[in-house]
Design a protein around this ligand. Structure first.
Ligand code: MRU
Length: 343
């Protein structure tokens, strides 16, 4: 199975699948500067917590053009890191990747910086590939007997280097022809489920059905969904999970119907500095995404609009968190600490 190449770094250029254009057009956007990378992350050309981190790491390298001769000073890279850190606030993977780049800036002789930074960004990218495959292996047994699984937003290959987090166990099972059927919430307002999850799963030959966000409760009541799996943008020390807006109500519905609610995320999505999910910064996006999707006005100008991009699901509603290291069952402060202690 060929997974889509969400992003790559070639000849000192960051090349991104333009996810704003999918599924209508499969086109690429080329970034050659920090400002272009910042804009691509902000506009969701590249999105999904791990992919944002990888793109930002490569973006730091673009602080100095390929053809510039001489030794660039540290300050241009530091400015790039500080700028990219303002692109989106919720996915902690962005800050984790920028911290790694900052450590290289601080610890490498200036003459070697250019190459060392590209090497570190490439390592972050490669590690993500391995983490996705490990999450696939670790999560597959949890979905092995599931006929139909619900997912929300896109936590697939398009949100990472390959395979994704929530979709990785599904791709893993698909290799042997045993993948469950997938129901994808369309995921208002930007339709990452309807546009992106449906696109990448159907490209891979996985059976996928799109529903509107309000349908999942009814399907659960009718017994048509046996499990839920989603990704995460930030997970706290007690196991509270920030993910795409609309995840929390799905978790509540799963609890009500006695269905397992799984979260799949690499360990770099954990923010162990934060205890409670209420402390996670939630991105607030512009009104037009809700009021005028695709340029068509559906809300009167006189009405206010709320557009938080993420919500928080408390740990009590999460059956298990699947990471590249294993499975945290019934996440709690102790269970999360034990998972990290056993690294
Ligand atoms: O606003 P987005 O599209 O970046 O939101 C993405 C999500 O909420 C994903 O579920 C999350 O980042 C996990 S991606 C493996």
């Amino acid at each position: 199975m060929t997974a889509p190449e969400t992003l790559r770094f070639e000849n000192h250029r960051l090349i991104l699948i333009d996810q704003t254009k999918l599924p209508g057009e499969l086109t690429e956007l080329v970034c050659t500067s920090v400002a272009q990378t910042h804009d691509a992350i902000r506009r969701l050309v590249v999105r999904g917590a791990p992919a944002i981190g990888i793109a930002a790491a490569y973006g730091v390298c673009l602080a100095v053009p390929a053809d510039e001769t001489g030794t660039p000073g540290r300050s241009r890279y530091i400015d790039a890191i500080e700028s990219l850190a303002t692109s989106r606030p919720t996915a902690v993977n962005l800050f984790w990747a920028l911290d790694r780049m900052r450590q290289i800036v601080d610890s490498t002789p200036e003459a070697e910086l250019k190459d060392a930074l590209v090497a570190e960004a490439t390592r972050i990218h490669e590690e993500d590939r391995q983490m996705c495959h490990a999450i696939g292996r670790n999560g597959a047994p949890l979905l092995a007997d599931v006929q139909t699984v619900l997912t929300h937003c896109n936590a697939g290959g398009l949100a990472t280097s390959t395979w994704g987090t929530a979709l990785a166990p599904i791709y893993h099972l698909h290799q042997t022809g045993d993948a469950p059927k997938v129901i994808a919430d369309e995921t208002r307002p930007l339709l990452q489920g309807g546009r992106l999850t449906a696109w990448e799963l159907s490209q891979a030959g996985v059976d996928v059905t799109v529903i509107t966000d309000s349908m999942s409760g009814s399907l659960m009541r009718l017994g048509k969904i046996q499990a839920v799996i989603v990704g995460a943008d930030r997970i706290t020390a007690r196991g509270d999970v920030a993910n795409k807006i609309g995840t929390y109500p799905v978790a509540v519905l799963a609890k009500h119907h006695g269905l397992p609610f799984y979260v799949a995320a690499p360990t770099n999505t954990f923010d162990l500095q934060l205890d409670c999910g209420d402390d996670i910064p939630i991105e607030q996006r512009g009104r037009e995404e809700v009021a005028a999707p695709h340029g068509v006005r559906i809300v009167p100008d006189a009405a206010d609009v709320l557009n938080p991009a993420f919500d928080v699901t408390p740990a009590e509603l999460v059956t298990a968190i699947i990471t590249e290291r294993g499975v945290i069952k019934q996440p709690s402060r102790d269970a999360v600490a034990e998972h990290f202690a056993n690294a």
